[in-house]
Design a protein around this ligand. Structure first.
Ligand code: BGC
Length: 427
């Protein structure tokens, strides 16, 4: 299948995961506290960003989504580092000159440590909204003329769930059974939606032609059992993780498109043991509970091949998710992330081919998708570990962080070059 002219083929990264040297981030403090593998120099992209641009050129990419690190731009409250802003502007310009459209995320999980030193309750109060918007305004001004595509928040619901609900990520708050009360009734999601809406307005005021959205993690959901209770649980989880925030942004008119991060499907089951009475059957949950307990509690996984993250490979789920979003919102869609942790590299080609083809099917049925950004360009820091390998390029830390094409990069290049999905085997 051929894709429309001007279709975007590219990659996504996030500053904290690739740049290195972001010691002012709340993630660095968290790594120390939890004794996680330190991110440290990451993939050294702060130094080697030109290599990254070169890799994108080799891939024939015409788009690159990267994020701007808040703690680097504003190392102390109210103090902005102009040299850092200039460096991001230079990177965006170099991308543009290479025919690669820069798409910039403003919040990709990592936040300045000072934010939580000042306001330990973080986003449970209104305090971070103002500083976040000041940061957005600065970045928008610094990148004026270079960037017109923006993602305000990356996967806000994953960030909130892990950081403010389950305590897996900083700031480490656990809400347990009061998850829904904190997130929905006490307005945590609405606060983040407000921050997004205001950021949207700032970016549009700076450049009325800007295209602004957020990137929502979309999971292909299935009921664990074909009964009313599990279907109800699925709908509740879908509303909570996907719909609630998007509906708030849509009704405020602050979505020029929807950014879709798609990785896998999960089964959802009703269960009295989990917050909101919902058991979302992620691989992470199975790992945390152990196989036996997971199944005793009624957990279900499908029989598909697994990625190194333990996520099932379900390409047609991408098509379903795009179709559902198209029907529900009628907005243009951009696949802002899709990829596979695969240290052997042996599964990446099939993964890519099948997901691109599922996206093509959704488009043939009417979904208005204008681009596909693969996660990720280079191997990077996967929020606590370097073990998962998502890169179309591997990074050799022992050889001055040299980038080398990994399996999947050839196929990606072929797809981007021909602007067509490649069904024939390319091994
Ligand atoms: C996030 C990335 C992450 C990727 C793979 C997405 O949830 O936006 O930061 O590395 O998935 O886990």
């Amino acid at each position: 299948m051929s894709f429309p002219e001007g279709f975007l083929w590219g990659c996504s990264t996030a500053a904290y995961q690739v740049e290195g040297g972001n010691a002012g981030s709340n993630w660095t403090a968290w790594e120390r506290k939890k004794r996680l593998e330190p991110c440290g120099p990451a993939s050294n992209s702060w130094e080697l960003w030109r290599e990254d641009v070169r890799a994108l050129q080799e891939l024939h990419a015409n788009a690159y989504r990267f994020s701007v690190e808040w703690s680097r731009v504003e190392p102390h409250p109210g103090e902005y580092d102009e040299a850092v802003l200039e460096r991001y502007a230079l990177q965006a310009k170099a991308l543009r000159l290479a025919g690669i459209r820069p798409i910039v995320s403003l919040h990709h999980f990592s936040e300045p440590a000072w934010l939580y030193e000042r306001w330990p309750q973080g986003w449970l109060t209104d305090a971070p909204v103002g500083p976040f918007l000041d940061f957005v305004e600065r970045v928008s001004g610094a990148l004026r003329g270079e960037v017109s595509d923006w993602v305000t928040f990356n996967e806000p619901m994953v960030w909130l769930l892990f950081g403010y609900g389950l305590g897996f990520w900083p700031p480490g708050f656990r809400r347990g059974l009061s998850l829904e009360r904190t997130f929905v009734h006490n307005g945590l999601i609405a606060r983040v939606a407000r921050a997004h809406n205001e950021a949207y307005r700032l970016l549009k005021a700076d450049n009325p032609d800007a295209r602004v959205s957020l990137a929502q993690n979309m999971v292909d959901l299935e009921p664990a059992r074909a009964n009313v209770a599990d279907l109800g649980a699925l709908q509740a989880w879908d509303r909570f993780m996907h719909g609630h925030l998007l509906d708030l942004a849509k009704s405020a008119g602050t979505l020029d498109f929807i950014g879709v991060n798609y990785y896998t499907r999960i089964y959802v089951r009703s269960s009295p043991f989990f917050p909101m009475g919902v058991m979302p059957c992620y691989g992470e949950l199975e790992r945390a509970l152990g196989h036996r307990l997971f199944h005793l509690l009624g957990g279900r996984r499908g029989g598909r091949a697994l990625t190194d993250m333990g996520w099932e490979v379900v390409p047609e789920g991408l098509g379903r998710v795009l179709g559902r979003l198209h029907r529900a919102y009628g907005l243009p869609l951009l696949v802002t992330e899709n990829g596979i942790a695969d240290a052997t590299g042996l599964k990446r080609e099939d993964f890519l081919r099948e997901h691109v083809s599922a996206m093509g099917d959704a488009m043939a049925q009417g979904a208005d998708v204008f681009g596909y950004l693969h996660w990720s360009l280079v191997d990077n820091y996967e929020w606590g570990s370097f073990a998962p390998r998502f890169g179309l390029y591997s990074v050799d830390k022992d050889a001055a962080y040299k980038r080398r094409p990994a399996n999947g990069s050839k196929l990606f290049t072929q797809i981007a070059k021909t602007n067509a999905s490649c069904l024939a085997t390319n091994k």
